[in-house]
Design a protein around this ligand. Structure first.
Ligand code: SF4
Ligand code: SF4
Length: 495
């Protein structure tokens, strides 16, 4: 009976019968082996090594920049990634990378389903790690279930305390590693252990230690099923030609043990399907679902059930692939007796090629921008209050805040000049106004934005005008930049 549509039931009946809360059933995945399990080990090892190791990589950028290969330098508002240095005004590179990551997820999902969820998502990687700790300390699936159901004896308390201690150590290493991306890692480590690091370093470590401990150690598959929005979003990206982990019910059903199949054969009844109902696919599943019930939100496409079922099939001498990566379209085709689409044509189809084209296009554009960006930059902000000042002899003065940005790792001599302001001259607040001229020489320190107050002055009777501020490098590498701005006079204000 469909309770949700029974007109005789009241709202209270609905809540009583259906229930809005379902207690978590424990998941105790059995250890497994096979090609997908080994792939998962390799990806897990890669992710953990990259996460923990990256802040300790050094990269020589000369004396004026930090030597940490990957660093988000919040204090100086820079992002370093090996040879690339991103300044705040170039944040569009970071935005571009985020967009590429988003489109990359679209691409992967439309081609091979939830591969991100199954292999590389931090929640998956750390849950997998904690489940391995469970197997090392408590034993495999059956031993874990026995211990879970056992009363709280001193031995169980000791085992649990030890295991949660290991969880905590992993969580602390995880939370602690994050802060090293935001400061020089060796220095911050020394400060951390001597109690002299910034309070935010301790707070960040504490929050990330707790969230790793809780989400990876206890919440586990509930994060994927109930908390993460990604499974819902990707329904828009999956189509009938996306590869997902599929139980081939047309081959497996009706299911039954080898013994039951033999008995039916003796009785001359129709043979059973290939599924021997060994439930190994459920036993190894990290989210505890039965893939034989069809595609489910709880399936993170880790493919461990493929390994388990292939082994079961090998044990009874049947062909592998009862559970396999398959598309809905191919499932329909096979049921109609047609051949499935070759896997390469499934992956390289118009939709995935369009995603790849957009992804690669953004990547190439960013590489081009990176290669052609100027290392000398000028920005000019005109004073708004007051817009102009009348001097005693009738000259008019406008004030500007000028920023000269030198992105090279060496000091650079430059000229700051104006063009298109008849009779105009400039001077800084460190100069005498009598020395105003059209070209000033300035030294900009390495890897720095030099901020200057600059005044432009024009003779009595001058009209409002648009003019250029220009910066030009005097060293052999050269380079220049210019900004158009306006000069305001009383005449332009109707006086
Ligand atoms: S059903 Fe299979 S692919 Fe899906 S989560 Fe479970 S083991 Fe992984
Ligand atoms: S592992 Fe394969 S044979 Fe065993 S129950 Fe699952 S689908 Fe059936």
């Amino acid at each position: 009976m469909n309770l949700a549509h029974d007109p005789k039931l009241t709202r209270a009946d609905h809540s009583e019968e259906i229930g809005f809360y379902e207690k978590r059933k424990g998941v105790f995945p059995r250890g497994s082996d096979g090609p997908f399990r080994r792939l998962k080990w390799a990806i897990m090892a890669f992710c953990l090594i990259v996460y923990w190791g990256t802040p300790w990589l050094r990269w020589n950028r000369g004396p004026y920049a930090p030597d940490q290969a990957v660093l988000v330098d919040l204090a100086h508002r820079r992002f370093y990634m090996f040879q690339i240095e991103i300044w705040p005004h170039e944040f569009y590179f970071v935005a571009g990378l985020l967009i590429m990551a988003g489109i990359g997820l679209f691409l992967v999902t439309s081609a091979v389903g939830r591969a991100w969820c199954g292999y590389a998502c931090p929640q998956t990687v750390w849950t997998d790690l904690f489940q391995h700790v469970d197997r090392l300390i408590d034993g495999d699936r059956n031993a874990q279930i026995r211990l879970q159901n056992a009363p709280w004896t001193p031995a169980k308390i000791a085992r649990r305390t030890f295991k949660w201690g290991v969880y905590l150590a992993i969580s602390f290493l995880t939370g602690g590693a994050w802060i090293f991306y935001f400061a020089d890692a060796p220095t911050l480590q020394r400060e951390f252990w001597t109690g002299t690091a910034a309070p935010v370093a301790y707070a960040t470590t504490a929050v990330l230690t707790f969230t790793t401990f809780w989400l990876g150690g206890f919440m586990r598959e509930q994060v994927c099923i109930y908390m993460c929005p990604w499974p819902r979003i990707q329904t828009a990206m999956l189509d009938e030609r996306s590869l997902t982990v599929t139980y081939k019910d047309w081959r497996g059903e009706p299911r039954g043990s080898v013994k039951a199949a033999a008995k039916r054969a003796e009785q001359g009844l129709d043979p059973l399907g290939d599924c021997i109902d060994c439930k190994q696919c459920i036993a190894v599943c990290p989210t505890g679902i039965d893939i034989r019930e069809g595609p489910q939100i709880g399936c993170i496409t880790c493919a461990l059930c493929i390994d388990a079922c292939d082994k079961a099939m090998a044990d009874v001498g049947r062909p592998r692939g009862l559970i396999d990566y398959f598309t809905l379209e191919d499932a329909d085709k096979v049921k109609r007796g047609e051949a499935p689409t070759p896997v390469l044509r499934t992956i390289f189809r118009p939709r995935t090629l369009v995603y790849f084209g957009v992804w690669a296009g953004i990547g190439v554009a960013m590489l081009f921008l990176l290669g052609s960006r100027t290392r000398l930059d000028l920005s000019v902000a005109k004073d708004r209050n007051p817009e102009y000042v009348m001097l005693s002899k009738g000259e008019v003065r406008n004030g500007f805040t000028v920023k000269l940005r030198n992105m090279e790792d060496r000091p650079r001599p430059v000229t700051l000049s104006i063009d298109g302001l008849p009779g105009g001259a400039i001077f800084t607040d460190e100069m005498d106004a009598a020395l105003a001229r059209t070209v000033l020489s300035v030294e900009v320190p390495a890897d720095t934005t030099k901020r200057m107050r600059v005044y432009a002055i024009v003779p009595k009777g001058a009209k409002p005008a648009e003019f250029l501020f220009q910066i030009k490098a005097l060293d052999k590498e050269g380079g220049q930049d210019s900004v158009r701005t306006t000069f305001t006079t009383a005449e332009g204000n109707g006086q």
